[in-house]
Design a binder for this molecule. Structure first.
Ligand code: HEC
Ligand code: HEC
Length: 469
Protein backbone atom coordinates (compact mmCIF):
# COMPACT_ATOMS: atom_id res chain seq x y z
CA UNK A 1 0.00 0.00 0.00
CA UNK A 2 2.71 2.40 1.04
CA UNK A 3 4.65 1.76 -2.14
CA UNK A 4 1.56 2.66 -4.16
CA UNK A 5 1.27 5.99 -2.36
CA UNK A 6 4.95 6.70 -2.95
CA UNK A 7 4.79 6.04 -6.62
CA UNK A 8 1.59 8.08 -7.10
CA UNK A 9 3.33 11.00 -5.48
CA UNK A 10 6.31 10.37 -7.73
CA UNK A 11 4.10 10.42 -10.79
CA UNK A 12 2.55 13.70 -9.75
CA UNK A 13 5.98 15.24 -9.22
CA UNK A 14 7.29 13.90 -12.49
CA UNK A 15 4.33 15.15 -14.44
CA UNK A 16 4.75 18.53 -12.81
CA UNK A 17 8.43 18.59 -13.76
CA UNK A 18 7.76 17.51 -17.31
CA UNK A 19 5.04 20.08 -17.83
CA UNK A 20 6.73 22.98 -16.12
CA UNK A 21 5.84 26.16 -17.96
CA UNK A 22 8.38 26.61 -20.73
CA UNK A 23 8.10 28.59 -23.91
CA UNK A 24 7.74 25.98 -26.64
CA UNK A 25 10.29 27.82 -28.77
CA UNK A 26 12.93 27.86 -26.02
CA UNK A 27 16.27 26.80 -27.48
CA UNK A 28 17.01 24.00 -25.09
CA UNK A 29 16.11 20.41 -24.32
CA UNK A 30 16.10 20.57 -20.52
CA UNK A 31 13.36 22.81 -19.18
CA UNK A 32 13.47 21.39 -15.67
CA UNK A 33 15.64 18.60 -14.30
CA UNK A 34 14.15 15.35 -13.08
CA UNK A 35 14.45 15.22 -9.30
CA UNK A 36 15.81 11.80 -8.29
CA UNK A 37 14.26 12.12 -4.82
CA UNK A 38 10.79 11.87 -6.40
CA UNK A 39 11.62 8.30 -7.43
CA UNK A 40 11.54 5.34 -5.08
CA UNK A 41 10.46 1.73 -4.92
CA UNK A 42 8.99 -0.07 -7.90
CA UNK A 43 7.53 2.53 -10.22
CA UNK A 44 3.99 1.81 -11.32
CA UNK A 45 3.12 1.72 -15.01
CA UNK A 46 2.21 5.39 -15.14
CA UNK A 47 5.30 6.64 -13.31
CA UNK A 48 7.50 4.45 -15.49
CA UNK A 49 5.89 5.84 -18.63
CA UNK A 50 6.31 9.44 -17.50
CA UNK A 51 9.94 8.84 -16.58
CA UNK A 52 10.62 7.04 -19.87
CA UNK A 53 9.01 9.85 -21.86
CA UNK A 54 11.33 12.33 -20.12
CA UNK A 55 14.25 10.04 -20.97
CA UNK A 56 13.22 9.85 -24.60
CA UNK A 57 13.16 13.65 -24.81
CA UNK A 58 16.72 13.73 -23.47
CA UNK A 59 17.82 11.03 -25.91
CA UNK A 60 16.37 12.59 -29.06
CA UNK A 61 16.65 16.28 -28.16
CA UNK A 62 19.54 18.24 -29.62
CA UNK A 63 21.31 19.87 -26.69
CA UNK A 64 22.26 23.56 -26.90
CA UNK A 65 24.51 25.97 -25.03
CA UNK A 66 21.57 26.80 -22.79
CA UNK A 67 21.59 23.13 -21.72
CA UNK A 68 25.35 23.15 -21.21
CA UNK A 69 26.68 21.78 -24.49
CA UNK A 70 30.47 21.88 -24.79
CA UNK A 71 33.39 21.10 -22.50
CA UNK A 72 35.97 23.80 -23.22
CA UNK A 73 38.07 22.83 -20.22
CA UNK A 74 37.46 19.05 -20.08
CA UNK A 75 38.28 16.11 -22.34
CA UNK A 76 35.98 13.24 -23.27
CA UNK A 77 37.90 10.86 -20.98
CA UNK A 78 35.70 8.70 -18.78
CA UNK A 79 37.51 9.82 -15.63
CA UNK A 80 37.03 13.60 -15.20
CA UNK A 81 40.05 15.15 -16.90
CA UNK A 82 40.90 18.80 -17.52
CA UNK A 83 42.16 20.16 -20.82
CA UNK A 84 45.16 22.43 -20.83
CA UNK A 85 43.43 24.99 -23.04
CA UNK A 86 40.07 25.23 -24.81
CA UNK A 87 39.91 23.66 -28.30
CA UNK A 88 39.73 25.89 -31.37
CA UNK A 89 36.28 24.47 -32.21
CA UNK A 90 33.52 23.12 -29.98
CA UNK A 91 32.62 20.33 -32.43
CA UNK A 92 35.44 18.13 -33.69
CA UNK A 93 34.67 14.89 -35.54
CA UNK A 94 37.51 12.96 -33.85
CA UNK A 95 37.48 13.56 -30.08
CA UNK A 96 34.06 15.22 -29.93
CA UNK A 97 31.73 16.94 -29.57
CA UNK A 98 30.53 14.88 -32.49
CA UNK A 99 26.70 15.08 -32.50
CA UNK A 100 23.70 17.12 -31.40
CA UNK A 101 21.84 14.25 -29.75
CA UNK A 102 22.11 10.58 -28.89
CA UNK A 103 19.53 9.84 -31.59
CA UNK A 104 21.70 11.58 -34.19
CA UNK A 105 23.67 8.32 -34.24
CA UNK A 106 21.25 5.78 -32.73
CA UNK A 107 18.36 5.98 -35.21
CA UNK A 108 18.46 3.05 -37.64
CA UNK A 109 15.63 2.18 -38.19
CA UNK A 110 14.11 3.87 -35.08
CA UNK A 111 15.37 6.08 -32.25
CA UNK A 112 17.48 3.85 -30.01
CA UNK A 113 18.60 1.89 -33.07
CA UNK A 114 21.98 1.59 -34.78
CA UNK A 115 23.79 3.96 -37.15
CA UNK A 116 25.57 3.92 -40.50
CA UNK A 117 29.36 4.28 -40.94
CA UNK A 118 29.01 8.06 -40.87
CA UNK A 119 28.06 7.83 -37.17
CA UNK A 120 31.23 5.99 -36.16
CA UNK A 121 32.89 7.09 -32.92
CA UNK A 122 36.59 7.39 -32.17
CA UNK A 123 37.15 5.95 -28.71
CA UNK A 124 40.29 6.57 -26.77
CA UNK A 125 40.86 5.82 -23.14
CA UNK A 126 44.01 7.74 -22.52
CA UNK A 127 43.72 10.86 -20.40
CA UNK A 128 46.54 12.81 -21.93
CA UNK A 129 45.79 11.54 -25.42
CA UNK A 130 42.03 12.03 -25.15
CA UNK A 131 42.24 15.32 -26.94
CA UNK A 132 43.37 13.94 -30.33
CA UNK A 133 42.45 15.66 -33.57
CA UNK A 134 43.34 12.87 -35.96
CA UNK A 135 41.40 9.85 -37.23
CA UNK A 136 44.65 7.89 -37.43
CA UNK A 137 44.08 4.53 -35.66
CA UNK A 138 47.23 5.12 -33.62
CA UNK A 139 45.18 7.49 -31.48
CA UNK A 140 41.75 5.89 -31.17
CA UNK A 141 39.65 2.85 -31.98
CA UNK A 142 36.93 3.49 -34.53
CA UNK A 143 33.61 1.85 -33.67
CA UNK A 144 30.26 1.59 -35.42
CA UNK A 145 27.01 2.50 -33.64
CA UNK A 146 25.17 -0.52 -32.32
CA UNK A 147 21.48 -0.57 -31.43
CA UNK A 148 20.03 -0.38 -27.93
CA UNK A 149 16.81 -2.32 -28.52
CA UNK A 150 16.30 -4.79 -25.66
CA UNK A 151 19.26 -3.27 -23.79
CA UNK A 152 17.51 -3.61 -20.42
CA UNK A 153 17.22 -7.37 -20.91
CA UNK A 154 20.90 -7.56 -21.86
CA UNK A 155 21.96 -5.73 -18.71
CA UNK A 156 19.68 -7.90 -16.54
CA UNK A 157 21.16 -11.07 -18.08
CA UNK A 158 24.67 -9.78 -17.39
CA UNK A 159 23.78 -9.06 -13.76
CA UNK A 160 22.34 -12.55 -13.20
CA UNK A 161 25.29 -14.22 -14.93
CA UNK A 162 27.76 -12.18 -12.88
CA UNK A 163 26.00 -13.22 -9.67
CA UNK A 164 26.25 -16.89 -10.76
CA UNK A 165 29.98 -16.66 -11.55
CA UNK A 166 30.75 -14.85 -8.32
CA UNK A 167 28.80 -17.51 -6.41
CA UNK A 168 30.97 -20.20 -8.02
CA UNK A 169 34.06 -18.33 -6.81
CA UNK A 170 32.67 -17.96 -3.28
CA UNK A 171 31.81 -21.65 -3.13
CA UNK A 172 35.24 -22.72 -4.42
CA UNK A 173 36.91 -20.57 -1.76
CA UNK A 174 34.73 -22.02 0.96
CA UNK A 175 35.36 -25.64 -0.03
CA UNK A 176 39.12 -24.98 -0.38
CA UNK A 177 39.27 -23.43 3.06
CA UNK A 178 37.29 -26.25 4.68
CA UNK A 179 39.15 -29.07 2.93
CA UNK A 180 42.61 -27.54 3.03
CA UNK A 181 42.98 -28.47 -0.66
CA UNK A 182 42.96 -26.31 -3.82
CA UNK A 183 39.62 -26.47 -5.62
CA UNK A 184 39.09 -25.96 -9.37
CA UNK A 185 35.57 -25.09 -10.51
CA UNK A 186 34.10 -24.56 -13.97
CA UNK A 187 32.75 -21.05 -14.42
CA UNK A 188 29.39 -21.73 -15.98
CA UNK A 189 26.20 -19.73 -16.07
CA UNK A 190 23.09 -20.13 -18.22
CA UNK A 191 24.96 -22.70 -20.31
CA UNK A 192 27.84 -20.33 -21.18
CA UNK A 193 31.30 -21.43 -20.09
CA UNK A 194 33.82 -18.83 -18.92
CA UNK A 195 36.71 -21.23 -18.26
CA UNK A 196 37.58 -22.16 -14.71
CA UNK A 197 38.86 -20.80 -11.45
CA UNK A 198 41.10 -22.39 -8.83
CA UNK A 199 40.77 -21.40 -5.19
CA UNK A 200 43.51 -22.13 -2.69
CA UNK A 201 43.04 -22.96 1.00
CA UNK A 202 44.88 -19.72 1.80
CA UNK A 203 42.11 -17.67 0.11
CA UNK A 204 44.13 -16.90 -3.01
CA UNK A 205 42.45 -17.39 -6.38
CA UNK A 206 44.21 -18.50 -9.57
CA UNK A 207 42.50 -16.56 -12.36
CA UNK A 208 44.59 -17.82 -15.27
CA UNK A 209 41.83 -20.20 -16.42
CA UNK A 210 39.18 -17.47 -16.77
CA UNK A 211 37.99 -16.94 -20.36
CA UNK A 212 36.04 -14.18 -22.04
CA UNK A 213 35.27 -12.09 -18.94
CA UNK A 214 37.23 -9.80 -16.63
CA UNK A 215 39.09 -11.26 -13.64
CA UNK A 216 36.50 -9.81 -11.24
CA UNK A 217 33.92 -12.03 -13.02
CA UNK A 218 31.71 -9.02 -13.81
CA UNK A 219 30.15 -9.39 -17.26
CA UNK A 220 30.33 -6.03 -18.97
CA UNK A 221 27.81 -6.36 -21.78
CA UNK A 222 28.12 -2.93 -23.38
CA UNK A 223 30.44 -1.62 -26.09
CA UNK A 224 31.51 -3.99 -28.83
CA UNK A 225 34.57 -4.81 -26.78
CA UNK A 226 32.41 -5.83 -23.81
CA UNK A 227 34.05 -3.45 -21.33
CA UNK A 228 31.16 -1.24 -20.12
CA UNK A 229 29.06 -2.38 -17.18
CA UNK A 230 25.72 -0.64 -17.33
CA UNK A 231 23.41 1.64 -19.27
CA UNK A 232 23.93 4.15 -16.49
CA UNK A 233 27.72 4.13 -16.83
CA UNK A 234 27.51 4.29 -20.63
CA UNK A 235 25.00 7.13 -20.56
CA UNK A 236 27.19 9.25 -18.28
CA UNK A 237 30.22 8.53 -20.53
CA UNK A 238 28.29 9.29 -23.73
CA UNK A 239 26.73 12.52 -22.48
CA UNK A 240 30.19 13.92 -21.78
CA UNK A 241 31.94 12.46 -24.82
CA UNK A 242 29.43 13.38 -27.53
CA UNK A 243 27.79 16.46 -26.08
CA UNK A 244 29.89 17.90 -23.27
CA UNK A 245 26.85 17.42 -21.03
CA UNK A 246 28.31 16.52 -17.66
CA UNK A 247 26.36 14.48 -15.13
CA UNK A 248 26.57 15.64 -11.53
CA UNK A 249 27.06 12.05 -10.32
CA UNK A 250 30.52 11.93 -11.94
CA UNK A 251 31.62 15.47 -12.79
CA UNK A 252 29.92 17.32 -9.91
CA UNK A 253 31.30 18.62 -6.65
CA UNK A 254 31.43 15.23 -4.95
CA UNK A 255 34.27 13.90 -7.10
CA UNK A 256 35.76 17.03 -8.67
CA UNK A 257 35.05 19.73 -6.13
CA UNK A 258 33.41 21.76 -8.89
CA UNK A 259 29.87 22.34 -10.13
CA UNK A 260 31.12 23.44 -13.57
CA UNK A 261 34.02 21.08 -14.19
CA UNK A 262 34.01 21.61 -17.97
CA UNK A 263 34.22 25.37 -17.60
CA UNK A 264 31.41 26.32 -19.97
CA UNK A 265 29.63 28.56 -17.50
CA UNK A 266 26.83 26.03 -16.88
CA UNK A 267 26.76 24.25 -13.51
CA UNK A 268 25.19 20.85 -12.78
CA UNK A 269 24.20 20.12 -16.36
CA UNK A 270 22.62 16.68 -15.94
CA UNK A 271 20.95 15.66 -12.68
CA UNK A 272 20.85 12.16 -11.19
CA UNK A 273 17.17 12.02 -12.16
CA UNK A 274 17.93 13.03 -15.77
CA UNK A 275 20.35 10.11 -16.08
CA UNK A 276 17.74 7.80 -14.51
CA UNK A 277 15.17 8.91 -17.07
CA UNK A 278 17.56 8.15 -19.93
CA UNK A 279 18.39 4.76 -18.42
CA UNK A 280 14.70 3.94 -17.95
CA UNK A 281 13.99 4.80 -21.57
CA UNK A 282 16.84 2.71 -22.91
CA UNK A 283 16.22 -0.21 -20.54
CA UNK A 284 12.61 -0.37 -21.66
CA UNK A 285 13.25 -0.33 -25.39
CA UNK A 286 11.39 -3.12 -27.11
CA UNK A 287 13.67 -5.98 -28.10
CA UNK A 288 14.06 -6.85 -31.79
CA UNK A 289 11.64 -9.43 -33.19
CA UNK A 290 11.59 -12.36 -35.55
CA UNK A 291 9.65 -11.27 -38.62
CA UNK A 292 7.43 -13.66 -40.59
CA UNK A 293 8.22 -12.96 -44.26
CA UNK A 294 5.22 -12.47 -46.55
CA UNK A 295 6.82 -14.34 -49.45
CA UNK A 296 6.52 -18.12 -49.09
CA UNK A 297 9.97 -18.58 -50.69
CA UNK A 298 11.60 -16.40 -48.01
CA UNK A 299 9.64 -18.19 -45.25
CA UNK A 300 10.88 -21.58 -46.44
CA UNK A 301 14.45 -20.40 -46.95
CA UNK A 302 14.60 -18.83 -43.49
CA UNK A 303 13.25 -21.99 -41.84
CA UNK A 304 16.00 -24.00 -43.54
CA UNK A 305 18.51 -21.25 -42.73
CA UNK A 306 17.83 -21.56 -39.01
CA UNK A 307 19.01 -25.18 -39.21
CA UNK A 308 22.07 -24.14 -41.22
CA UNK A 309 22.86 -21.58 -38.47
CA UNK A 310 22.89 -24.40 -35.90
CA UNK A 311 24.71 -26.90 -38.14
CA UNK A 312 27.59 -24.51 -38.92
CA UNK A 313 28.19 -23.84 -35.22
CA UNK A 314 27.08 -20.20 -35.27
CA UNK A 315 24.90 -20.86 -32.23
CA UNK A 316 27.90 -21.78 -30.09
CA UNK A 317 28.59 -18.08 -29.63
CA UNK A 318 25.42 -16.54 -31.03
CA UNK A 319 23.25 -18.57 -28.61
CA UNK A 320 19.65 -18.13 -29.82
CA UNK A 321 18.20 -17.39 -26.36
CA UNK A 322 19.32 -17.12 -22.74
CA UNK A 323 16.95 -17.51 -19.76
CA UNK A 324 16.32 -14.50 -17.52
CA UNK A 325 14.78 -14.98 -14.08
CA UNK A 326 13.63 -11.45 -13.30
CA UNK A 327 12.51 -8.44 -15.31
CA UNK A 328 12.95 -6.05 -12.39
CA UNK A 329 15.59 -3.54 -13.43
CA UNK A 330 17.12 -1.85 -10.38
CA UNK A 331 18.70 1.52 -11.16
CA UNK A 332 21.43 2.11 -10.09
CA UNK A 333 22.41 -1.51 -10.61
CA UNK A 334 24.55 -3.69 -8.34
CA UNK A 335 27.80 -3.62 -10.34
CA UNK A 336 28.77 -0.04 -11.01
CA UNK A 337 31.88 1.54 -9.62
CA UNK A 338 32.54 4.98 -8.18
CA UNK A 339 31.81 7.76 -10.67
CA UNK A 340 28.47 6.25 -11.62
CA UNK A 341 25.69 6.36 -9.05
CA UNK A 342 25.79 3.14 -7.07
CA UNK A 343 23.31 0.89 -5.31
CA UNK A 344 22.95 1.93 -1.69
CA UNK A 345 23.78 5.59 -2.35
CA UNK A 346 20.10 6.47 -2.62
CA UNK A 347 16.65 4.92 -2.31
CA UNK A 348 16.27 1.85 -4.49
CA UNK A 349 14.29 2.44 -7.67
CA UNK A 350 13.04 -0.40 -9.83
CA UNK A 351 11.76 -0.31 -13.38
CA UNK A 352 9.67 -3.44 -13.78
CA UNK A 353 10.01 -4.25 -17.49
CA UNK A 354 7.10 -6.64 -17.04
CA UNK A 355 4.86 -3.55 -17.10
CA UNK A 356 5.82 -2.78 -20.68
CA UNK A 357 3.58 -3.99 -23.47
CA UNK A 358 6.21 -6.04 -25.27
CA UNK A 359 7.07 -8.13 -22.20
CA UNK A 360 4.05 -10.39 -22.67
CA UNK A 361 5.20 -11.46 -26.13
CA UNK A 362 8.51 -12.95 -24.95
CA UNK A 363 8.59 -16.75 -24.75
CA UNK A 364 9.14 -18.38 -21.34
CA UNK A 365 10.50 -21.73 -20.24
CA UNK A 366 8.88 -24.20 -17.87
CA UNK A 367 10.44 -22.38 -14.89
CA UNK A 368 8.72 -19.16 -15.96
CA UNK A 369 11.99 -17.55 -17.00
CA UNK A 370 11.91 -15.22 -19.97
CA UNK A 371 13.86 -16.53 -22.96
CA UNK A 372 15.73 -13.50 -24.23
CA UNK A 373 16.29 -14.09 -27.97
CA UNK A 374 19.58 -12.19 -28.21
CA UNK A 375 21.65 -14.59 -30.36
CA UNK A 376 24.69 -13.92 -28.19
CA UNK A 377 26.57 -15.17 -25.14
CA UNK A 378 27.81 -11.90 -23.57
CA UNK A 379 31.31 -13.37 -23.77
CA UNK A 380 34.45 -12.06 -25.43
CA UNK A 381 36.23 -14.13 -28.07
CA UNK A 382 39.35 -13.96 -30.24
CA UNK A 383 37.81 -13.07 -33.60
CA UNK A 384 40.88 -12.55 -35.81
CA UNK A 385 43.98 -14.57 -36.65
CA UNK A 386 46.96 -14.25 -38.98
CA UNK A 387 45.10 -15.37 -42.12
CA UNK A 388 41.69 -13.89 -41.40
CA UNK A 389 42.76 -10.59 -39.95
CA UNK A 390 40.09 -8.08 -40.95
CA UNK A 391 38.59 -7.81 -37.44
CA UNK A 392 42.00 -7.50 -35.83
CA UNK A 393 42.25 -3.97 -37.21
CA UNK A 394 42.52 -1.94 -33.99
CA UNK A 395 45.87 -0.70 -32.76
CA UNK A 396 44.98 0.14 -29.15
CA UNK A 397 44.00 -2.39 -26.50
CA UNK A 398 40.98 -1.16 -24.53
CA UNK A 399 41.00 -1.95 -20.79
CA UNK A 400 43.86 -4.36 -21.54
CA UNK A 401 41.57 -6.66 -23.52
CA UNK A 402 43.63 -8.02 -26.44
CA UNK A 403 43.22 -6.13 -29.70
CA UNK A 404 41.75 -9.08 -31.62
CA UNK A 405 39.16 -9.86 -28.93
CA UNK A 406 35.54 -8.64 -29.12
CA UNK A 407 32.30 -9.55 -27.46
CA UNK A 408 29.97 -11.74 -29.51
CA UNK A 409 27.70 -9.31 -31.33
CA UNK A 410 24.06 -9.99 -30.48
CA UNK A 411 22.37 -10.84 -33.76
CA UNK A 412 18.84 -9.82 -32.79
CA UNK A 413 17.98 -6.91 -35.06
CA UNK A 414 20.78 -7.78 -37.52
CA UNK A 415 18.31 -7.53 -40.46
CA UNK A 416 17.90 -3.81 -39.70
CA UNK A 417 21.42 -2.70 -38.84
CA UNK A 418 23.72 -2.97 -41.84
CA UNK A 419 26.61 -2.30 -42.38
CA UNK A 420 28.30 -4.79 -40.09
CA UNK A 421 31.33 -5.42 -37.90
CA UNK A 422 32.69 -3.34 -35.04
CA UNK A 423 33.89 -0.66 -37.47
CA UNK A 424 30.66 -0.77 -39.44
CA UNK A 425 32.63 -1.20 -42.66
CA UNK A 426 31.47 -4.58 -43.94
CA UNK A 427 28.56 -4.14 -46.34
CA UNK A 428 27.08 -7.64 -46.42
CA UNK A 429 26.25 -10.47 -44.05
CA UNK A 430 28.22 -12.78 -46.34
CA UNK A 431 31.22 -10.49 -45.89
CA UNK A 432 31.08 -10.32 -42.10
CA UNK A 433 30.67 -14.10 -41.78
CA UNK A 434 33.75 -14.56 -43.97
CA UNK A 435 35.60 -12.09 -41.72
CA UNK A 436 35.33 -14.40 -38.64
CA UNK A 437 38.83 -15.57 -37.68
CA UNK A 438 40.26 -16.85 -34.41
CA UNK A 439 37.67 -18.75 -32.38
CA UNK A 440 35.12 -18.08 -35.14
CA UNK A 441 37.36 -19.57 -37.81
CA UNK A 442 35.85 -23.07 -37.82
CA UNK A 443 32.33 -21.73 -38.32
CA UNK A 444 33.61 -19.46 -41.09
CA UNK A 445 35.30 -22.36 -42.88
CA UNK A 446 32.12 -24.44 -42.53
CA UNK A 447 30.16 -21.56 -44.06
CA UNK A 448 32.54 -21.28 -46.99
CA UNK A 449 32.44 -25.05 -47.53
CA UNK A 450 28.62 -25.15 -47.42
CA UNK A 451 26.54 -25.33 -50.60
CA UNK A 452 25.59 -21.98 -52.09
CA UNK A 453 21.96 -22.79 -51.37
CA UNK A 454 22.70 -23.28 -47.66
CA UNK A 455 24.59 -20.01 -47.45
CA UNK A 456 21.68 -18.23 -49.07
CA UNK A 457 19.21 -19.88 -46.66
CA UNK A 458 21.35 -18.72 -43.72
CA UNK A 459 21.20 -15.12 -44.96
CA UNK A 460 17.43 -15.46 -45.47
CA UNK A 461 17.18 -16.46 -41.80
CA UNK A 462 19.41 -13.65 -40.48
CA UNK A 463 17.34 -11.12 -42.44
CA UNK A 464 14.23 -12.08 -40.46
CA UNK A 465 15.84 -10.83 -37.21
CA UNK A 466 14.63 -7.24 -37.35
CA UNK A 467 13.90 -4.16 -35.32
CA UNK A 468 10.21 -3.36 -35.61
CA UNK A 469 9.36 0.08 -36.96
C1 HEC B 1 28.45 10.04 -32.67
C2 HEC B 1 27.61 8.87 -32.58
C3 HEC B 1 27.00 8.51 -31.25
C4 HEC B 1 26.30 9.32 -30.39
C5 HEC B 1 25.98 10.78 -30.51
C6 HEC B 1 25.89 8.47 -29.29
N1 HEC B 1 26.32 7.18 -29.48
FE1 HEC B 1 25.95 5.61 -28.28
N2 HEC B 1 27.17 4.45 -29.41
C7 HEC B 1 27.87 4.89 -30.51
C8 HEC B 1 28.86 3.91 -30.87
C9 HEC B 1 29.85 4.02 -32.00
C10 HEC B 1 28.74 2.85 -29.96
C11 HEC B 1 29.61 1.58 -29.88
C12 HEC B 1 30.80 1.91 -28.99
C13 HEC B 1 31.81 0.82 -28.84
O1 HEC B 1 31.56 -0.31 -29.23
O2 HEC B 1 32.88 1.09 -28.29
C14 HEC B 1 27.67 3.22 -29.05
C15 HEC B 1 27.21 2.42 -28.02
C16 HEC B 1 26.26 2.82 -27.10
C17 HEC B 1 25.79 1.99 -26.02
C18 HEC B 1 26.21 0.54 -25.77
C19 HEC B 1 25.38 -0.37 -26.62
C20 HEC B 1 25.89 -1.80 -26.68
O3 HEC B 1 25.08 -2.72 -26.80
O4 HEC B 1 27.11 -2.01 -26.61
C21 HEC B 1 24.91 2.75 -25.30
C22 HEC B 1 24.13 2.30 -24.08
C23 HEC B 1 24.84 4.04 -25.92
N3 HEC B 1 25.67 4.04 -27.02
C24 HEC B 1 24.08 5.10 -25.45
C25 HEC B 1 24.19 6.40 -25.95
C26 HEC B 1 23.59 7.55 -25.31
C27 HEC B 1 22.75 7.52 -24.07
C28 HEC B 1 23.92 8.62 -26.07
C29 HEC B 1 23.61 10.08 -25.83
C30 HEC B 1 24.02 10.62 -24.55
C31 HEC B 1 24.70 8.12 -27.18
N4 HEC B 1 24.86 6.78 -27.06
C32 HEC B 1 25.19 8.93 -28.19
C33 HEC B 1 27.65 6.07 -31.19
C34 HEC B 1 27.01 7.18 -30.66
C1 HEC C 1 33.63 -17.97 -31.63
C2 HEC C 1 32.38 -17.26 -31.53
C3 HEC C 1 31.60 -16.97 -32.80
C4 HEC C 1 31.13 -17.87 -33.72
C5 HEC C 1 31.27 -19.39 -33.72
C6 HEC C 1 30.42 -17.09 -34.72
N1 HEC C 1 30.47 -15.77 -34.40
FE1 HEC C 1 29.59 -14.25 -35.40
N2 HEC C 1 30.51 -12.90 -34.20
C7 HEC C 1 31.34 -13.20 -33.14
C8 HEC C 1 31.95 -12.00 -32.66
C9 HEC C 1 32.94 -11.90 -31.51
C10 HEC C 1 31.47 -10.95 -33.46
C11 HEC C 1 31.85 -9.46 -33.38
C12 HEC C 1 32.86 -9.20 -34.47
C13 HEC C 1 33.35 -7.77 -34.53
O1 HEC C 1 34.12 -7.38 -33.66
O2 HEC C 1 32.97 -7.04 -35.43
C14 HEC C 1 30.56 -11.56 -34.42
C15 HEC C 1 29.86 -10.85 -35.39
C16 HEC C 1 28.92 -11.40 -36.24
C17 HEC C 1 28.07 -10.66 -37.13
C18 HEC C 1 28.05 -9.13 -37.27
C19 HEC C 1 27.23 -8.48 -36.22
C20 HEC C 1 27.08 -6.99 -36.39
O3 HEC C 1 26.26 -6.42 -35.64
O4 HEC C 1 27.76 -6.37 -37.21
C21 HEC C 1 27.31 -11.57 -37.80
C22 HEC C 1 26.23 -11.28 -38.83
C23 HEC C 1 27.70 -12.87 -37.34
N3 HEC C 1 28.67 -12.74 -36.39
C24 HEC C 1 27.17 -14.07 -37.81
C25 HEC C 1 27.72 -15.31 -37.53
C26 HEC C 1 27.36 -16.53 -38.23
C27 HEC C 1 26.29 -16.62 -39.31
C28 HEC C 1 28.12 -17.52 -37.71
C29 HEC C 1 28.19 -18.94 -38.16
C30 HEC C 1 28.64 -19.15 -39.52
C31 HEC C 1 28.94 -16.93 -36.66
N4 HEC C 1 28.68 -15.59 -36.61
C32 HEC C 1 29.80 -17.63 -35.83
C33 HEC C 1 31.53 -14.46 -32.62
C34 HEC C 1 31.21 -15.66 -33.25
Amino acid sequence: MRRFVVSCAATAMLVATAARAEEPWAERVIGAHIDQSTLSGTLDAEALEVLRDAGERLFVGRFTEADGVGRPMATQAIVPTKRKRPPAETFVRSAGLDAGSCAACHNQPVDGGAGDFVTNVFTSEGFESADFDSLDPQFSNERGTNHLMGAGLIELLAREMTADLQAVRAMALKVARESGQPVTQALETKGVNFGSITAGPDGLVDISGIEGVDADLVLRPFSQKGVMTSLRQFTVNALNHHHGMQAVERFGARWTGEADFDGDGKANEISDGDVSAMVAWQAGLEPPVRMQPQQPAWRDASARGEDVFADLGCGECHIPALPLASLKFADPGPLDMAGTLREGELAEVIYDLELLEWAASLPRNEKGEVLVPLFGDLKRHVIADQEVAKLGNELLAQRFVERNVFMTAELWGIGSTDPYGHRNDVTSLDGIIRAHGGEGRAAREAYIAAAERERSDLIAFLKTLVIEQ
